[in-house]
Ligand binder design. Sequence first.
Ligand SMILES: NC(=O)c1ccc[n+]([C@@H]2O[C@H](COP(=O)([O-])OP(=O)(O)OC[C@H]3O[C@@H](n4cnc5c(N)ncnc54)[C@H](OP(=O)(O)O)[C@@H]3O)[C@@H](O)[C@H]2O)c1
Length: 281
Amino acid sequence: MMILITTAGKVGAEAARLLADRGERVRVLARNLEKAAALARSGVEVAAGDLDAPATIDAAMRGVSSVVLVSPAIPAQELNVVDSAVRAGVRHVVKVTSKASADSPIARRRGQAEIENGLIASGLGYTLLRNNAYMQNFFMSAPSIAKESSFGSAAGDGRLGMIDTRDVAAVAAEIALAPASHAGKTYWPTGPDSLSFADAAAVLSKVLSRPIAFEPLTIEEQTQAMIEAGVPAALAAMNAQAVGLFAEGDCDYVTGDVPSILGRPARDFEQFVTDHIPAFS
Ligand SMILES: NC(=O)c1ccc[n+]([C@@H]2O[C@H](COP(=O)([O-])OP(=O)(O)OC[C@H]3O[C@@H](n4cnc5c(N)ncnc54)[C@H](OP(=O)(O)O)[C@@H]3O)[C@@H](O)[C@H]2O)c1
């Protein structure tokens, strides 16, 4: 059995590593072979490809039984993967997604809905992982936490059931390996707790052994901060819009999906910070 993972970002690279560690055959589609070099050394097959180039996806799809579909979620690109999977006779696609809906104010969520619907209509076996916000988003604030012992956000008092991308990857890998009992299902993976950003600041302070302050931002300030962190302007505006929804409680929920699929608890925010102390120091 061969599992294909498109692409080799945070979730994809970790899912590939987990499968390779278990001795499973796993391939990643990556456009930048240099970035995937460490994966290749750990036993993952790396296929050079681009989600805008269907022939390269078809080449990566040869002999594949399950796909983990994870990428920046541009509909045309991910639907290229779905079409390729149909041509190749793939059995199952695990789609990494978010709070998708066709009438969301957030363009990415409308795009996710378009991809989900295309996947469902394809007739392939599928599982949707509609993940809560990623703990790894805190890496965008890492320079300011390291230098100024503070971080800003427009999330206000909103609480989030944030999930560690390592757990998203573990869930995706597990389902790709044994899809039968997960076919046609939609999961809402979260971490174990719903935390406000003030709560997150308290955890950061405890683990880093110095006070870390949370500074509320307006949506405009949030957009500017993301642009300064290197996010393209249009994407920064969309992400800040999503953070504005966090303030309204949009991500304030916790589910038991991670423990029920993995048979162990989801990582909490304290674990996430503890495992990345150098990034915040
Ligand atoms: N952030 C959140 O809070 C959150 C919450 C819920 C769901 N999600 C969902 O999670 C998914 C993103 O997962 P992630 O965080 O693992 O992504 P990521 O770390 O941003 O990685 C994206 C990967 O896609 C690659 N890529 C981009 N364009 C490509 C192309 N044309 N051809 C081949 N590869 C390409 C990138 O390669 P390069 O390195 O070469 O650019 C990178 O390796 C999205 O569906 C998002 O909506 C995110």
